[in-house]
Design a protein around this ligand. Structure first.
Ligand code: GDP
Length: 203
């Protein structure tokens, strides 16, 4: 495994555009429906208790930044799909995430975390289409694959791949079995490489 992910250090939490770190270097963000397994995936990737930080009360609706090295960061976006969040807060929160996804120049890619047993919820699809429309690189991480038989997991992967926006990659992942880590880190390495292997088109 590439060592920079193990070195991840909490940088800051932001709930407004002005609080974001300088838009320099390169970053990759993780997003997903709450309970999809995003924190577990980040914990396996980094092994620094990184996602525990993101789950601290008060930080679950903020964008949490983690430094990998002087130029690279991982970003944990708030989980969506909380039933109990009042509509005005949900809208404000959504607006901030949309602003981040569309306006952040150093954002090289977005990992969309989905439970392999329930992938492509309506909100997942909306987010994927929104991000694809804005030219963001996408990678679908189908977590909890250990909960499916090998055949069912393979069928899910095929079905999800067929439904994703063109150019989106998808993989199976299990935090429990630490499976899929190499595929994920290869994707992150490619996105975070200098000079950029895939320049994001700004619109
Ligand atoms: P988050 O809300 O997206 O950050 O989700 P969490 O990482 O907190 O995971 C939600 C629940 O799913 C927890 O009970 C985890 O233990 C469980 N979980 C997460 N990843 C896996 C996995 O790969 N396999 C299994 N079996 N359970 C998992």
């Amino acid at each position: 495994m590439h060592s920079i992910y193990r070195e991840a250090q909490f940088l800051l939490s932001a709930e407004a555009w002005a609080h974001l770190p300088p838009d320099e270097g390169a970053e990759v963000a993780f997003v997903g429906r709450s309970n999809a397994g995003k924190s577990s995936a980040l914990n396996v990737l980094t092994r620094t208790g990184l996602a525990r930080t993101s789950k601290t009360p008060g930080r679950t609706r903020q964008i949490n930044f983690f430094t990998l090295d002087a130029e690279r960061r991982l970003v944990d976006l708030p989980g969506y799909g909380y039933a109990k969040v009042p509509a005005p807060i949900r809208r404000r929160w959504q607006a901030f995430i949309e602003q981040y996804l569309t306006g952040r120049r150093c954002l090289r890619g977005l990992v969309v975390v989905m439970d392999a047993r329930r992938p492509l919820t309506e909100q997942d699809v909306q987010l994927l289409e929104f991000a694809a429309h804005h030219g963001l690189g996408l990678h679908a991480l189908l977590t909890k694959a250990d909960k499916l038989s090998r055949g069912a997991a393979a069928a899910t992967l095929q079905r999800v791949r067929a439904a994703l926006p063109p150019g989106t990659q998808a993989q199976l992942f299990s935090a429990l079995r630490r499976e899929g880590l190499e595929t994920l880190t290869a994707r992150l390495d490619a996105w975070l490489a200098f000079p950029p292997s895939e320049e994001r088109q700004q619109d």
